[in-house]
Design a protein around this ligand. Structure first.
Ligand code: ADP
Length: 511
């Protein structure tokens, strides 16, 4: 027979022992406590877990009806049995009405053990039914609250506080989201003080103060949840574990839904952005391709008309052919840029690395550019001691040509362009400085993005697709280097810098 914990309300120690002996003689072991005042009764109920109360009817400073009322006022559902000497029938009826389970007279003590056992059993059934109903109510409320929002962080906040105070005094919830650990606590630091283990448990765990359960979605552990009881009189029992596990399951599902919803939203935005970028690309590319094509077509028409009239002077022929040559050159640059972007996007830009003498390479590029420049620009080349680097000469030439072409293109009034190369630690630092239209300071990084163009360039109708610097950045980064621009703003000229390491290529993708 299980030992029962019985709280006896009686002013006599001897009577109490008599009562205990009667129970033990009937084969019912007990652990007991005795009180004889309202205060004593209250504090014993709070201090320990009792299975039943056995009370004398009248005590000098206390009574069974008062104790009964006190018991009913608390949340405890304990069997209450009155064992007394002289009690009238009305009193017995009144006791039952107040909620006593049984009434026995002191000379019927042989009946006490079976009565006590029966009442304890029934109370256990009642409690189980009650806590099942309570758990169902709690689950319904949890589902309702945690599923109210599809916002991840909002769901997290709801999930951590939804079982407080009914089920726990505090709760900590930890999830892995986008590779970072998010922890929320409710209601305050007292929950946090209970702490969480570094990684979630595989199976639920419990002690009197804390229930720890893993959050699991489709068989994968995604976090952990701890429920905390920190009041002295409220402890967890093993029976609370399934409730905690169910709460965690519902929270995990709601969080998973919020996560899926957020991913879906992100994908939708990314898809919309990809469509927008593609449309922008097509519109810019076709616009840029049309301009030189229109030039070629115009020149051809002029020449045909002149031919049909039999009046094609040589200098006109030369002028038109030069213009056509310039347009085809522009078309070639545009299509090369488009091809490069596509290669970069698909990761097919391979570098052919070799020893490159930068001074020699730059001299050739500058000379070529000087021949092509028809506008009033002065291009200077300054070479300071610089050795060779390990790089793809064609791609480095492409970067320098692009920077130099831009320096000329974006200084429509002419001016000085200075190309400088110098040793820089274990690499080289190249710069191209012009006195042109400059770049608004807040767009100094933007211009390296695909289609990144500053408004002062478009406003002056300087042609461009906004891909050159993007390609330069990718190429320089593939060489393990860095590219950046400096300008004091519109009208103040610009300087572009490229820093290239001499050997740091082994770790660079595509090298
Ligand atoms: P594009 O010249 O075809 O527009 P780039 O990628 O080469 O494309 O340049 C991007 C933008 O950077 C240009 O549209 C312009 O706004 C700005 N930019 C580039 N070089 C210069 C420069 N030397 N001076 C002023 N602005 C420049």
């Amino acid at each position: 027979m299980d030992r029962l914990r019985v709280l006896v309300v009686d002013d006599s120690e001897d009577d109490t022992r008599l009562l205990v002996r009667a129970l033990e003689r009937a084969g019912q072991p007990v652990e007991w406590g005795r009180v004889e005042s309202a205060e004593g009764f209250k504090s014993e109920l709070e201090r320990a877990r009792w299975d039943a109360v056995i009370a004398d009817y009248r005590l000098p400073h206390f009574s069974a009806p008062t104790a009964l009322k006190q018991l009913r006022a608390s949340d405890l559902d304990l069997p209450f049995i009155v064992v007394s000497g002289t009690v009238s029938e009305e009193v017995a009826v009144e006791l039952m009405r107040l909620g006593a389970q049984d009434y026995l007279s002191k000379d019927q003590l042989a009946r006490l053990a079976p009565a006590l056992q029966r009442e304890v059993r029934e109370a256990a059934v009642r409690r189980a039914r009650h806590s099942e109903a309570e758990a169902q109510r709690l689950f319904a409320r949890v589902s309702d609250i945690v599923n109210r929002s599809l916002d991840f962080e909002h769901t997290l906040e709801s999930a951590v506080s939804v079982a407080i105070p009914e089920f726990a005094d505090g709760c900590i919830l930890q999830v892995q989201e986008d590779g970072r650990t998010m922890t929320v606590t409710a209601p305050d630091a007292s929950a946090r003080a209970a702490g969480l283990p570094p990684s979630p448990p595989e199976v639920p765990q419990w002690d009197r103060q804390r229930l720890l359960v893993p959050l699991r979605v489709r068989g994968v552990i995604t976090g952990q949840m701890a429920f905390v009881r920190n009041s002295e009189h409220r402890h967890f029992h093993r029976d609370d574990l399934p409730v905690a596990a169910e709460l965690a399951r519902r929270a995990a599902v709601a969080l998973d839904n919020a996560r899926l919803f957020a991913n879906e939203q992100r994908w939708r935005l990314e898809a919309q952005e990809a469509v927008r970028a593609r449309d922008e690309f097509l519109s810019i590319a076709s616009h840029e391709l049309r301009t030189p094509l229109a030039g070629i077509s115009g020149s051809v028409q002029v020449l045909l008309r002149a031919l049909s009239r039999g009046k094609l002077e040589e200098d006109r022929l030369q002028r038109q052919l030069r213009s056509m040559h310039e347009s085809t050159r522009r078309l070639a640059v545009l299509t090369d840029d488009l091809l490069d972007v596509s290669r970069l996007r698909t990761g097919q830009m391979d570098l052919r690395l070799e020893r490159v003498d930068l001074a020699e390479l730059l001299t050739a590029v500058v000379e070529r550019q000087q021949l092509q420049v028809t506008t009033p620009h002065k291009i200077h080349l300054e070479i300071e001691s610089v050795g060779s680097i390990y790089a793809d000469p064609g791609r480095i030439e492409q970067v320098v040509t692009n920077l130099l072409t831009n320096a000329v293109k974006y200084s429509p009034k002419g001016g000085e362009v200075v190309v400088r190369i110098a040793g820089d630690g274990d690499g080289a630092l190249l710069s191209v400085r012009d006195e042109g239209i400059g770049i608004p300071v807040d767009l100094l990084q933007e211009v390296f993005q695909p289609f990144g163009r500053a408004p002062n360039a478009s406003k002056r109708q300087i042609p461009g697709m906004g891909l050159g610097l993007y390609i330069c950045r990718q190429l320089v980064e593939q060489h393990g280097g860095r590219i950046w621009a400096e300008s004091d703003g519109e009208g103040c000229g610009s300087t572009f810098y490229v820093r290239l390491p001499s050997e740091h290529l082994a770790a660079v993708p595509g090298s």
